[in-house]
Design a protein around this ligand. Sequence first.
Ligand SMILES: Nc1ncnc2c1ncn2[C@@H]1O[C@H](COP(=O)(O)OP(=O)(O)OP(=O)(O)O)[C@@H](O)[C@H]1O
Length: 628
Amino acid sequence: MFQQEWKDHGIRLVDGGRRKTPACADGKSVEMKCYLRSVDAKHSPIALPDGKGVTLGRGPETLVTDRKCSKTQVELVANLENRAVHVTQLGANPCSVGEAVLKKGESILMKEDQTLFLVNRLHPYTVMFKEDSPKPAADTGKINKKSPKNTITEPPSTSSKKTITDFFGASTSKGKRRIQHDNTSTGSSNKKPKYQDPKAEAGEEWDDSEEEEIARKLSHLQETAAKAKPSENPSQVSSTDERGVACSKDSWEEHGKLLLFNKKGVQASSKIAGFDIDGTIITTKSGRVFPVNADDWKILYPEVPRKLKELLANGYKVIFITNQMGISRGKLKPEVFKAKVEAILDHLGIPVQVFVATGMGIYRKPVTGMWDHLCNKANDGIEVKKEDCLYVGDAAGRPANWAPDRKKKDFSCSDRLFALNIGIKFFTPEEFFLGWKKAAFNFPVFDPRTINPSGQLYEPPSASLVSPSPEVVVAVGFPGAGKSTFFKEHMIPKGYECANRDTLGTWQKCVAACEAALKRGKSIVIDNTNPDLESRSRYIDCAKKAGVPARCFLFTATIEEAKHNNRFREMTYTGKGHVSVNDMVINSYRTKFVEPSASEGFSEILKIHFVPIFKDPELQALHQQFSE
Ligand SMILES: Nc1ncnc2c1ncn2[C@@H]1O[C@H](COP(=O)(O)OP(=O)(O)OP(=O)(O)O)[C@@H](O)[C@H]1O
């Protein structure tokens, strides 16, 4: 019957081996070969030997994971002499060649100018006949041993054969996938983590049905992505469902200190799985803390690709969220980092949206600017449901020796605090990818959520903030302690003048302003940090000379609160007033600080506590976020 079919098409059957074409001018015969080529370039061409049946379908050879496609979907037999391929449908769902749609058991001849769709007009292939070998990376077609015409004389090459493990990031062992705990998949010589729970130590196993479920869902996503129409605006809204339309092309966007990458195929979702990049998705190949060059990276754990694919298959949008301050500091070129991001995503082979904070400000984790941008502007209008979201990062505040072979403490807690600021679940990479138990961690000393808006403003409460007669009020407090805000709120409206080095420039000018105010019979506040006796005595002397009292207002905000306020000031800076000061200036205040005392010449010392006064609820919410 097989031979008859060929004859029906006027084709002479040629058994086995490669077809030798007539000799060339140099007398050597040229070998003709036939290849099946994926139109989407999903994999290397598959060799179709002359006259031998090759079955193909869902599986590692084609990378097709579509469950509608049988594992033995079609049988292909090449005829080199006639430059045609005989296609027989073996699977239940229709394959097609050109316009012809086949049924199970039906055959058709396919020519070079035609397209074979493996199933349901998806997964397109063409055939090519070449006289010189294109040196395919994979010669992966399965020779059909059952084919009546096949006498196999040479086994298919498996040298660079793609296995299912390449697709799912786990190694194969007779239908079970055993996760490897060394980094062989990334070419690393890293030791396997010693501290694991028994399940992880034994190697997590997952069976074919689990894998097939992920594959099925992923395939659906890929098909949706493939169908996405190119659009000018990749984040266009087009669905009322909890998933948006897949992004049709790769694109980078810049929003001030935020870089945003939309990988082709990214789909909006109400469920977000966020990941830090360095120390979470990747680590350095060199073993150094910071990468030595743009290529100095490898996937942190072999489990990473599979877990990410699992999330995608389960309807999550996967996003990467990274702080890259080096960019605004000029130490890292944006193009270099962009290329690195793209290389990581190409390696992972999945659609991910990437947020990069290039400097200080609202986009820098732990502040939620990047997340807010995602929710408000980069999720196709689909509402993000916090209860369905998670975030994974290695900056988790774990102390030194947090696990037997983990000596170093975490460099920060910013990832954990980022998740806390948003209000979503948090995991470390070891908890999420390896299933390790929760590690202990240290919480920051200062928690901005605990500031009491109705706390006591000053002590002693019996004191009066303002005086009916002229006086000098000398402030003492960290930069960022809230001195200017306090004076603007409580003293200046009551007629007090204000001398401030930020506006006047030097302490001499502040002294002059103080003397002038007193001469005019006015009270004045000295709104400087005034940490030591020397700085304070200048104004006490002024008061003495004018015969008025000098009081001290000691602002009690701690160094952590002051740094927090200072970061808040930077985030909300509108171009007017005070620019933020760096941490060195704040630390220097602490070094110089001498507790003020009445013996310096003060008639009274008031302690001023930080009591928030926010007219704008958004600013209040921002101030309540952990900022470092
Ligand atoms: N009571 C408050 N309520 C809300 N925000 C405040 C309050 N006090 C200060 N802030 C905010 O904290 C930041 C620092 O405050 P402020 O400039 O008043 O500090 P400062 O002690 O005067 O600093 P510096 O000594 O550097 O001038 C500002 O962004 C300010 O808006």
